[in-house]
Design a protein around this ligand. Sequence first.
Ligand code: AMP
Ligand code: ZN
Ligand code: FE
Ligand code: FE
Length: 285
Amino acid sequence: MNRRADRLDLHLHTTHSDGSLPPAAVLELAHKAGVTALAITDHDITTAIPEAMEAGARLSIEIIPGVEISSRFGDNELHILGYFLDWQDPTLNARLGTLRASRHSRNPLIIERLRALGCDITYDEVRKLAGTESVGRPHIARVLMEKGYVKSAKEAFDRFLAHGKPAYVPRELPEPADAIAWIRAAKGVAVLAHPLWARQNGESLYKLCEQLKAEGLGGIEVHYSTHNPKQTAELLDIAKRLDLLVTGGSDFHGVTKPDIEVGVGRGELIVPVTLLEPLKRAAAA
Ligand code: AMP
Ligand code: ZN
Ligand code: FE
Ligand code: FE
């Protein structure tokens, strides 16, 4: 791949959570895509950051310490990204540890359901494939793929794992205000990930962002792999009206989201490098 125009990617997963590539491999792809600064935002864990920093120094890519925390929103979830946080903060890591533990409470119940549905898999197999303490449904999807029960992660979610499907089991999740407060307590900036997952539109999405801002939210993820130009414009407008920071990223996961590439998403994503300074200033404030 030729080097592309300079850009950011502020939403990336690695093998430290449910991504399929280790940090150094993600950084290599970022380098090829023209990414000059990036954030590793693994779910509920910050252990990828030292390895990313090492590769970043080699490839001249700035690493922004990050995390992604799922929170409850009725029947749905809001994902809160944390940027520039003190990723070694003991209180933060204790809180993330509790979230990882809630994954281990839920996952065996998902496996039980899958077994009742005729899929012969065990949680040990899932944990072995995951190789991390932050075990998520995409890891379960990958075991289902490897054992031939499904052809893709999408099929695993559509048939079994998504909300409302027969193997779905909810997880203990914090309130959005708690996730935001935990990130801020670790000196980070809290940003609403993929705001359209909240399935709100127009005025109700505005109201939701307004509410979250009152709870300490600093920005929203305007640029995202699956956003069309109209959606991007709508989110940009909300960010402007509420004086929220604008961020963006691919949400790269590797094999469980095979259509999404680092830095470029489905091909059209460009997260402008000009977004970095305002985010930095907010973190330092
Ligand atoms: P968990 O954190 O274990 O509840 O799993 C949720 C994660 O699964 C999300 O953060 C996404 O990364 C991933 N995910 C959700 N829906 C899908 C899907 N349809 N295909 C692939 N990955 C998905
Ligand atoms: Zn994920
Ligand atoms: Fe997310
Ligand atoms: Fe994500």
